[in-house]
Design a protein around this ligand. Structure first.
Ligand code: CP
Length: 319
């Protein structure tokens, strides 16, 4: 049974909730591979994407997800909105809600901004990334991609490498993967590791040496340095960072022979990831992007319908 009205973070999802999203996403993944990628499950509903930070993948895939489910989707960005005239986040959200939006998908630079809205707005609120706090749909699509590649999450060794301190992706992934029984290794220069990183879950370990974290890993997940959060000041030079914490073919050879390479995007090629690895046969980076649409369809479906229809209904309800 799906009981959540909002998706604020993976912190509030049980292992069963995570399975519900991933299982439902399988249905929508199949639909997305058809020529006619359309359902009427959310016909008549209105979803508004409100992005106060830049995005390519998340915003586009939420838009595609809503449209493929039959909803009306409207996009608002901070640069073209009345936020530039001094309107507050809450006033903006209340105005959009007054237009009878059923769901607001919100990205914001401040950690906690989405929780703040959810306690004051009746529409479903979906966190599309808030500061360094959470990016729940990224962790869900990453889990979906790993499960499709490896057949399971339980017992896998996942190395998450890079700017952990500023990464909402690392935080959400460490919580979700730990909850699903994967072993999570976090590696970064000390200045890019948050205090108490191991409190993110019982299976989370900090391993300062990059080679140790990657050794025999099933999954190597690389992260971008979040220069917009001033992370650049926390390393000596980009060249030194790349030499020590960048993933190239030599470092990747230490992982399991069938290891997969992931990255949430956008990639800084040649910094955290060698282009040969980014485009190599172990990379599932574009699979992650494909999964993003299906997983976001599953999230919208569950939040707005409670999942009260069978997957076969969902597929047969195309117009
Ligand atoms: N992974 C991710 O959130 O990408 P965007 O910033 O392009 O949405």
């Amino acid at each position: 049974m799906w009981t959540h009205r909002h998706l604020l973070g993976v912190e509030s999802l049980s292992a069963a909730d995570i399975d519900a999203v991933l299982d439902r996403a399988e249905t929508w993944h199949a639909l997305c591979r058809r020529t006619e990628k359309k359902s009427t499950v959310l016909k008549g509903r209105t979803i508004i994407n409100v992005f106060f930070e830049a995005s390519t993948r998340t915003r586009t895939s939420f838009e595609a997800a809503g449209k493929r489910l039959g909803a009306d989707v409207v996009n608002v960005s901070s640069s073209g909105s009345s936020v530039t005239k001094g309107e507050t986040l809450l006033d903006t959200a209340k105005n959009l809600e007054a237009m009878r939006a059923d769901a607001l998908v919100v990205r914001h630079a401040s950690s906690g901004a989405i929780d703040f809205l959810a306690s004051r707005i009746r529409a479903s609120i979906i966190n599309a990334g808030d500061g360094a706090h959470e990016h729940p749909t990224q962790a869900l699509l990453d889990a979906f991609t790993i499960r499709r590649s490896k057949g399971r999450l339980e017992g896998l060794v996942v190395a998450i490498c890079g700017d952990i301190a500023h990464s909402r992706v690392a935080r959400s992934n460490a919580i979700l993967l730990g909850r699903k029984g994967a072993m999570v290794r976090l590696t970064a220069p000390r200045t890019m590791l948050p205090a108490h990183a191991e409190t993110l879950g019982p299976t989370v370990r900090v391993m300062p040496r990059f080679e140790d974290a990657v050794r025999d890993a099933d999954v190597v997940m690389m992260l971008r340095i979040q220069n917009e959060r001033l992370a650049g000041a926390m390393m000596s030079t980009t060249r030194e960072y790349s030499r020590t914490y960048g993933l190239g073919p030599v470092a990747l050879a230490k992982a399991k022979p069938d290891a997969i390479v992931m990255h949430p995007g956008p990639i800084n090629r040649g910094v955290e990831l060698d282009p040969h690895v980014a485009d190599g046969n172990k990379s599932v980076i574009l699979d992650q992007v494909e999964a993003g649409v299906a997983v976001r369809m599953a999230v919208l479906d569950l939040l707005l319908t409670g999942g009260n229809h069978t997957p076969s209904d969902a597929l047969s309800s195309r117009p």
